[in-house]
Structure formats: structure tokens, C-alpha cells
Design a protein around this ligand. Structure first.
Ligand code: CA
Length: 376
């Protein structure tokens, strides 16, 4: 079996209700889907996290290195592609593009062998994963507390036992909203907060100290991804667990996160940090350092399936009869493409999601939907 083509699909869909996080507004959702095609009629799909059009250019730069090759030697391909742009890449687009290709190669291999990816990677260690709801974004409305309370109540009614609030609107407002949300959902439901690096260390510490009595499960991306000293300062100043990593890449990037002990919870994105091959390595490194691993996941059903295949093989850290299990980030914000690209959507029931057991990623991509949302 030989690779004959690497296809890309830039997808776009306008949103009915624009929403914001601390770094900007979204009025549409986009995605870059990668398909690796072979001469045997079998192909595999992957997804790249990040800006689709620039990422597509990098995928196109990698593609000639794959044409004519066997799709099965995934480790060999990863090394060749990474080294192809090593002197000019190492982070960002170069690794995001590689991530989508790596996931597509794993999907292809699983399909060719009739096996889910997690079986090929030594699993499953678990067959279902508890999900937490990512939502609670800002809308173009006046009374933020009112709609955030309604939205939080809806997630609790959906069966979620944990949810994440978007912060970064200023310390005083964030403290007030966090208090309102804890009041709304009560003490039994997990509450995470995510500033998307809107703070410096001083404000992150001020906010953390003001909400320390609210049993916050983790404080995500408190400071800029480059501000390692800020991470360390916050971690030493609060008893709230600190999380981060969605803007970091590869084993080499995460080596510093681990050796410098920046976070309690590591959050690489499978579609961004290097794909399934690399994220398994990062997860094993995290286990060796005693750091929790909860993948960042904010894409279509293809990204969600990739996260689930990885979650199925994450080591218990530490193991035990009551070991802490990793969580799936379950994006509840509006995304017209997310469920449309798979023939059967990945759903949560009572806050749990089954790991797909079909070959490869365990999903079937709806090619008609790829064409419907196509923006290239
Ligand atoms: Ca985040």
C-alpha cells in the first residue's frame, strides 16, 4: 500500500450567536481536515488545530515527503516531516500541520488493519471517559451573569458533573462571575476557570486568592504561554491547581513545562501538539513527572475522536483502586461543523462519552458535509 495523495479541506460555518473568549470574538467556526489517500482505496482523516489556511500551506509543504511511501511507518514519517521544517518550525503551524497528518496516518492504519487506534497503541485502558463541559463564553448581551447562570444550569441538567467558565474580563468581574456560577451549580459540580492567558502573574494571583474558597478544580492558562516564571509564581501563591499547555508543542516544549513544574494539569491538544504519536509520548513524560494529563480539545468530531483514542491509552497517574481518571474536554459552544462531519455524532450521556470502537478513529466522515462546509 502506497500513499498517493494528501488532501486538505478548509471548512467554515457562520455562527447564529457570536461569542467571545478573553482574546477575541468568534462569528464563525473553521476547521482544517486532512485526508491521506492510498492506492488501495483506503484513506484516513485527521484534523489540525489552528488557523486553517496557513496550516493548509504547511500540510502541502509536507505532502511530497509522503507520496509513494507506505502509510504504516508513522514514526518514520513523523521524524522526517518534523525534521523537514525543524530549523524553521518546532512550534505552531509546523507542528499543527504535522498533527493532522499523524492523526490521518493512524486512522488509515487502523482502517487497513480493522482495528481502533487505541488497540494499536496498546489499549484500551478505559472504554469510556467522563466529560466536562466547555462553554460559558461571553455573548453580546448586557447581563452576563444571567445567561451564564442559565447556561451552567443547562449543563448540570445535561448530566455534566464538571464545567469550565471563561474568564479574563478583569479581576473584579471574574471574581463576581465565578462566585455567581458556584452559587448557581452548588458544591457538588466541578468548576474550572480558563483565562486564556489574559492575566499577568499579579492579577492571576489576585484572582486566584479571591476565589480560593470556591473549590476551583483548576485555573487554566492564567498567564501567557511564554511566561514560565508567571506560572511558577502563581503556582506557589495559590492552592488552586494550575493547568495549561494548549499553546505548547512536542515533547521538547513540554519537557520544560514538566522539568520546571509549571502546572498540575498538562493540556496538550492532540491536533496541535504533534498528533497521537507525539501526545502519547508527552503523556508518558507527564506520568513520569507525576503531572495530570487532560487533553485540550476544541475541534470537530474528528478532533474529538482523536482525543478519545488517546484518552483510551493514557496511563493511570498514579495507579490505584481509586485512581484519578483523565477527562474529555467536551466543547458545548456553537459549532455547526462539529457533529456534521461524522455520520454518527459523538455524544455524551450523563456526562460520559464512550471511546469509539470502530476501525481507526472509530468514526465515519460524512463526505457530503465536507463539501457543504468547504471554504477553499
Ligand atoms: Ca483553554
Amino acid at each position: 500500500m502506497r500513499i498517493t495523495e494528501v488532501k486538505t479541506y478548509v471548512l467554515s460555518a457562520d455562527l447564529a450567536t457570536p461569542f467571545a473568549y478573553s482574546q477575541g470574538w468568534y462569528d464563525r467556526r473553521m476547521a482544517l481536515i486532512v485526508e491521506v489517500v492510498t492506492d488501495q482505496g483506503i484513506s484516513g482523516f485527521g484534523e489540525c488545530y489552528g488557523p486553517p489556511r496557513p496550516n493548509r500551506g504547511v500540510v502541502e509543504a509536507y505532502a511530497p515527503l509522503l507520496i509513494g511511501e507506505s502509510p504504516f511507518a508513522i514514526e518514520r514519517h513523523w521524524e522526517r516531516l518534523y525534521n523537514h521544517l525543524r530549523d524553521h518550525g518546532r512550534k505552531g503551524l509546523a507542528v499543527q500541520a504535522l498533527s493532522g497528518i499523524d492523526i490521518a496516518l493512524w486512522d488509515l492504519k487502523g482502517r487497513a488493519l480493522g482495528s481502533p487506534i487505541h488497540s494499536l497503541m496498546g489499549g484500551p485502558l478505559r472504554t469510556r471517559v467522563q466529560a466536562y463541559a466547555t462553554g460559558l463564553y461571553r455573548r453580546r448581551r448586557d447581563n452576563h451573569e444571567a445567561y451564564l447562570r442559565e447556561e451552567a444550569a443547562s449543563y448540570a441538567a445535561d448530566g455534566f458533573t464538571a464545567m469550565k467558565l471563561k474568564t479574563g474580563w478583569g479581576v473584579a468581574e471574574d471574581v463576581a462571575l465565578t462566585r455567581a456560577l458556584r452559587d448557581e451549580i452548588g458544591p457538588a459540580i466541578g468548576l474550572m476557570v480558563d483565562a486564556n492567558h489574559a492575566y499577568d502573574a499579579a492579577d492571576a494571583i489576585a484572582y486566584a486568592r479571591a476565589v480560593e474558597d470556591l473549590d476551583i478544580a483548576w485555573f487554566e492558562e492564567p498567564v501567557a504561554p511564554e511566561d514560565h516564571e508567571g506560572y511558577r509564581e502563581l503556582k506557589a501563591a495559590t492552592r488552586i491547581p494550575v493547568a495549561g499547555g494548549e499553546c505548547e508543542f512536542t515533547r521538547w516544549g513540554f519537557r520544560r513545562f514538566l522539568t520546571e513544574r509549571l502546572v498540575h494539569v498538562l493540556q496538550p491538544d492532540t491536533c496541535s501538539a504533534g498528533g497521537l504519536s507525539e501526545c502519547k509520548k508527552i503523556a508518558d513524560m507527564a506520568a513520569a513527572f507525576g503531572v495530570r494529563y487532560v487533553p485540550h480539545c476544541w475541534g470537530t468530531g474528528i478532533a474529538r475522536a482523536a482525543a478519545l483514542q488517546l484518552l483510551a491509552v493514557l496511563p493511570h497517574n498514579p495507579p490505584g483502586l481509586c485512581a484519578t481518571e483523565p477527562l474529555l474536554e467536551f466543547d458545548m459552544s456553537e459549532h455547526p461543523i462539529r457533529d456534521a462531519v461524522t455520520t454518527v455524532p459523538i455524544v455524551q450521556r450523563d456526562g460520559w462519552v464512550d471511546v469509539p470502537t470502530g476501525p481507526g478513529l472509530g468514526i465515519e466522515v460524512d463526505r457530503a458535509a465536507l463539501e457543504r462546509f468547504r471554504a477553499d
